[in-house]
Design a protein around this ligand. Sequence first.
Ligand code: THU
Length: 129
Amino acid sequence: MNDQQLVARAMEARQRAYAPYSHYKVGAALLGKSGKVYLGCNVENASYGHTICAERTAVVKAVSEGETEFEAIAVVTRNGGSPCGACRQVLAEFAPELTVYIADENGEHRTTTVRELLPDLFTPKHLEK
Ligand code: THU
C-alpha cells in the first residue's frame, strides 16, 4: 500500500469523525506490518476532555485486534494539521520509526516520522533500568 492509498483510507475514516463541538474532523489510517489497515476518527464528548483523537482510536483498535507492529500512518484534517502530543507519545510506544503522512482534505501531504515529530522520545526502554 502506498502513501496515496493510505491517505485515501484516512479520508474515508474522516467521514465518520464525531466532532459536533470543534467541527474539526480528523481521520487516520494505520498500516500494520500484517498489511491490515486500521481506521480511526476523532470521537468527541459533551464532557470535552474525554474526546479521543483519530490517531489513538486507530492504535487502540489495532492493538486490541492483536497487531502491535506498524509501517505507517496517514492523518487527514481540513488543513493538514499535525498529530497532537498525546498521539505522538502513543505512536512512539509501538513505532518510534513509524512513517507519518500528514494530509489536508485534498490529499496533499507531507511525509515525516514519529521520531522527527517527537525528538528525544520516552519509550518502554526507559523503564528497563
Ligand atoms: N484531534 C485529533 O483527532 N488528532 C490530533 O492529533 C489533534 C486533534 C481532534 C481532537 C478534537 O476532536 C479535534 O481534533 C479538535 O481538537
